[in-house]
Design a protein around this ligand. Structure first.
Ligand SMILES: [Zn+2]
Length: 270
């Protein structure tokens, strides 16, 4: 299994990060992609990947580098330059997370669009895929993406929680779709669970978005609300139900997809 979205530089992992990693690999994860949400977390994520690469005897950590729409108002002339340097590193496998979030509008809409367009350029320039975030901004985001679809390499819409119209639009653009434990939520995830199997198995990716979005189907319930990459199998279990295939098939197909999209040099086939 490959978890394509973990926020391992989040403060909640500071006290026991080694254990969290050990548990993740113990649960069958082969690789994780750490999410960079601003310059600091992108740099910290790369540092963690490098440290791990130097010490590790198994498993692999990679990361993204980008500026989340919430931080878009902090974009300035130096930001692109710093991201460009980060993206030159082989352990940095995607541009992002980037996109539009009109749900909370922590940054202005104009600022979000500007930062997004700069990062689309970085993807086109570096050939690295996009790690997209979108919330309540599908129409605008889709319009911008379609304009530069020929220039950008590939992209994943991470933590997809939208409706069928948005899903079909992203699939029509040939994008990959990342599914988190949102789909396991018997309150707000039922709509997603009904449509998720429309995603062809060669476009599906899985992620925990840890420490957020603890899957609600975990038995027995963990003692804290903190999500961990070790809980990824619960997302796989729910997806296997939705697709009516084996958990092994979900794990294997999403692993192959992650390897293909992010050009990961991990492991042998299987
Ligand atoms: Zn996100």
């Amino acid at each position: 299994m490959i978890d394509i979205g973990v926020n391992l530089t989040h403060a909640s992992f500071e006290p026991d990060l080694d254990q969290v990693l050990q548990d993740a690999f113990g649960a069958g994860l082969e690789a994780m992609i750490l999410t960079g949400t601003d310059l600091d977390s992108s740099q910290a994520s790369l540092a963690l990947c490098q440290q791990f690469a130097a010490e590790a005897s198994h498993g692999a950590l990679y990361c993204t580098a980008g500026v989340h729409p919430h931080d878009a108002d902090h974009w300035d002339a130096e930001t692109a330059e710093t991201l460009r340097e980060l993206l030159a590193h082989p352990l940095v496998v995607a541009v992002g997370e980037t996109g539009l979030d009109f749900n909370r509008n922590f940054s202005s809409r104009e600022g979000q669009i500007e930062a997004f367009e700069h990062q689309l350029e970085l993807s086109a320039e570096t050939g690295k895929p996009l790690f997209l975030h979108e919330r309540d901004a599908w129409a605008e985001q889709s319009q911008i993406l379609r304009r530069c679809l020929d220039d950008i390499g590939q992209a994943v819409v991470h933590c997809f929680t939208g409706d069928l119209q948005a899903l079909e639009d992203y699939l029509d653009m040939g994008l990959y779709v990342g599914i988190t434990g949102w789909v396991c939520d018997e309150r707000r995830g039922t709509g997603l669970a009904e449509i998720v199997s429309r995603i062809p198995l060669d476009r599906l990716l899985i992620e925990t978005d840890a420490p957020f979005l603890l899957p609600r189907n975990i038995e027995p319930k963990p003692s804290t609300r903190r999500n961990e990459p070790a809980f990824l199998p619960w997302v796989v279990r729910k997806l296997a139900e939705c697709y009516q295939v084996s958990e092994f098939e979900i794990a294997a197909r999403t692993r192959d997809n992650a390897k293909r999209l992010f050009a990961l040099p991990v492991g042998s086939p299987g």
